[in-house]
Design a binder for this molecule. Structure first.
Ligand code: ADP
Ligand code: MG
Length: 374
C-alpha cells in the first residue's frame, strides 16, 4: 500500500499464556514499508519484540479480530491502537454476517466463488443446525409478522452456513449482491443476484445479509461470539476430512475448490473455519514429522492464516483419489484432473490436505470437528 509508506498500523493484541494462565496484552505495530512488526508489552511497559520481519505477516492479514502467529505465539488483534489505524481500516475492513440458507447450502461453491470474485474476504465460517429457539432469537425483530412462522420453519429445515464477510462497504455491497428479498422479484429485477439465481420465493430466498453495522455486530456475535457454540453438523463417521489450507483461501480459490468437490458428487456434511496455532498444527501433522522433509514448512503454512475444515460424506479412498498426489507437479503429469493438479503449486502449497492413511480418517475428522470445534 503506497499510501502507508511512512506510517504504521497499530493494534491492541492479546496472547493467552497457558503456563501462567493469564492474558498478556501488547501494542502491536506493523510497518507496511518493509513488512516489519514491533511489539510492546503493555503491563511491563517495555519493548517485547524488536522491530523485525515476521514470516507470513502481511498488511492484508491485519484487522480487528484476526489471529496471527508471531514466534509460535498466537495473538488475537482485539482492537485498533490509534486513530490513524482506525480511520484507515474501519471502512475498508467493514464486516457483515451472511447466511447461506437451507435451500442454497448445495450452492456454497458458486456462492463463495462470487464472494471471492467481488474481492470480499471471509474471515469466519461455520455450518450449523439452528434450533427453533435459535431461529426465533435471530429473527426476533420479525416476531408476530404474518411470515414469521414460515420463516422459522424454513430456516430450521436443514443446516445453514454462517459466514463473516469483510471488505470495503461490505454491508451495502453484499445486500446488493444477494438482491431483492423476494426471489421472483429478484429474477425480474436483478437476474444475476444470488437470490435470483438460487432462491425460490419470498421465504426461501437463499441468502441473508445484515441490514446495518449494529445488526452486523449483533449477528456476527450470534454465530461467532465467544461461547456461542451453535450446534455443528458433523456426523463424525462415514466421512472424511478435507482441509483447505490458508494459502488457498488467501488466493481466492476456496469457492472453485468447493464447487469442484460438489460438482464431482461429494456431499458436504460439515464446515468450519479455524485458526491453528503452531502447537495445533504440529500435533495435527505429527505423522509427517521425520517422514517428509517439508514437515516444518507444512506446519508454518498451516498456521499462517485461517484454514477451512470440510467434512466430506463417503469413502476416504474415493476422495483421496479425487484430491490427487501430494506433489502438484506429479499430479499435473499423472492425474491432471485432480484438485491438487488444478489448484496446487508445490508440495507445501498444495491447496488442500486430505487424510493419507485409512486408519487415520476418524482421528483427523475428530481432530477438527470434535476437539478443536468448541
Ligand atoms: P432480509 O432477509 O432481506 O433482511 P427481512 O429482514 O425483511 O429481509 O426478512 C427476513 C426474512 O424473512 C426474509 O429474508 C425472508 O426469508 C422472510 N420474509 C420477509 N418478508 C417476507 C414476506 N413478505 N413473505 C414471506 N417471507 C418473508
Ligand atoms: Mg433483515
Amino acid at each position: 500500500m503506497g499510501s502507508f509508506t511512512d506510517s504504521r498500523l497499530v493494534f491492541q493484541a492479546e496472547w493467552y499464556d497457558q503456563n501462567a494462565e493469564l492474558v498478556r496484552r501488547y501494542q502491536f505495530m506493523f510497518y507496511p514499508v518493509d513488512n516489519t512488526v514491533e511489539m510492546f508489552d503493555v503491563k511491563n511497559r517495555r519493548l517485547f519484540l524488536k522491530r523485525s520481519a515476521v514470516p507470513n505477516i502481511t498488511e492484508d492479514k491485519l484487522y480487528v479480530g484476526s489471529v496471527v502467529n508471531v514466534n509460535s505465539r498466537q495473538l488475537t488483534l482485539t482492537g485498533y491502537g490509534d486513530n490513524f489505524t482506525e480511520k484507515t481500516l474501519a471502512t475498508r475492513n467493514e464486516k457483515t454476517l451472511a447466511i447461506i440458507k437451507p435451500d442454497a447450502v448445495g450452492k456454497v461453491g458458486p456462492i463463495l466463488e462470487r464472494v471471492c470474485r467481488e474481492g470480499i474476504k471471509f474471515c469466519n465460517a461455520k455450518m450449523v443446525n439452528m434450533s427453533k429457539a435459535d431461529a426465533a432469537s435471530f429473527y426476533a425483530e420479525h416476531s408476530g409478522k404474518h411470515f414469521f412462522d414460515d420463516l422459522i420453519e424454513f430456516i430450521v429445515s436443514g443446516p445453514v452456513i454462517a459466514l463473516e464477510l469483510m471488505g470495503d462497504d461490505v454491508i451495502a455491497r453484499w445486500n446488493k449482491i444477494i438482491g431483492p428479498n423476494n426471489a421472483s422479484e429478484a429474477r425480474s429485477k436483478v437476474p444475476q443476484s444470488l437470490r435470483a439465481l438460487y432462491g425460490s420465493n419470498g421465504t426461501a430466498n437463499a441468502c441473508h445479509g445484515s441490514e446495518n453495522p449494529a445488526a452486523a455486530a449483533r449477528e456476527i456475535d450470534f454465530f461467532f461470539g465467544a461461547g456461542r457454540g451453535l450446534s455443528g453438523t458433523a456426523r463424525l463417521s462415514g466421512s472424511t476430512l478435507c482441509l483447505v489450507k490458508p494459502h488457498a483461501i488467501e488466493n481466492g480459490n476456496i469457492g472453485k475448490i468447493i464447487s469442484m468437490i460438489t460438482d464431482n458428487g461429494f456431499a458436504i456434511s460439515a464446515m468450519e473455519m479455524f485458526n491453528l496455532d503452531r502447537a495445533n498444527a504440529e500435533e495435527f501433522l505429527e505423522i509427517y514429522k521425520g517422514v517428509v522433509t517439508e514437515y516444518s514448512q507444512m506446519v508454518t503454512e498451516l498456521c499462517s492464516g485461517p484454514c477451512l475444515a470440510i467434512e466430506i460424506v463417503g469413502q476416504h479412498k474415493d476422495f483421496r483419489d479425487f484430491v490427487g498426489p501430494a506433489d502438484p507437479e506429479i499430479a499435473k503429469h499423472l492425474r491432471p484432473k485432480t484438485v491438487r493438479a488444478k489448484f496446487g503449486q508445490d508440495k507445501i502449497f498444495n491447496s488442500v490436505h486430505c487424510t493419507d492413511l485409512p486408519e487415520d480418517v476418524g482421528l483427523e475428522v475428530e481432530y477438527f470437528f470434535r476437539i478443536l470445534s468448541q
